[in-house]
Design a protein. Sequence first.
Length: 279
Amino acid sequence: MKKRWMVIASCVLATSLMAGSALAKSETGQSNEGKSDVVKVNVDLKVKADGVATVTSDTYGNQGHNGYKGLLNAINNVNDKPAGAVIADLLLTKYETQLTAEKKAELEAIKEKDAALSVVADLLDQSGSVTDAVYVQKEAILANVKNLDSYKKLGKLYDKLGKKGVKLYVNGEEPVFEVAPFIREGNTLVPFRAISEALKATVTWNAEERSVTVTRDGITVKLFIDSKTATVNGKEVTLEVPAAIEQGSTVVPVRFVSEALKAAVKWEAETQSVVIYEE
């Protein structure tokens, strides 16, 4: 999946670079050829017979390693732009053995910039590739799971694809659940097993007393179906809404359970996104 979005992003990058070059020429009436501060990147997409896509990049006028020196020159000009994330990944993937440890660390930092990846997603969205924009925006979220703006962008992309309703993310990932999260009396309820498994907690069900218990890192949380009373390490607490059973799945108030298990919980209102991550 990652290779796929890098290929797509590279194509979008090539298009945007060519468009920018053409615009500059039309505005000045002169070509930029020969100027040392202009880097022209030619991205050549090749699809092998087995269906695997590869990307090679060359800088015009470059001698020596075909593409390697050109990419190094290019990264110096675009390291703080979306193109930087794309080129950094190409260097790390194709020329890792030729890079020093210091250069690798520098490129990793550029590649993982969530802001750069989000802008690449924007470019894909603007070009009509909404599904591919989703893949890139997911990478942006994983680069920084605490950035609510990244979740908002992903939520808006999902809206374009018709994916509505409350969305749930745990450590940047989207848990699989049988019952979708929903809002009741101002509280968001989510499938208990989905969130607990995402946080790598142990869950047990007691049919006799209709209770569910989750244990994680020495913390035990116990909830009773249709009751506002719960316990955290044996101490009683009162919930705003009780745990319930919906379509055969136990749902619980997400903020209470997450915070009881020492995870941060954020709410992105515009796209109705519940964001949970471990500090």
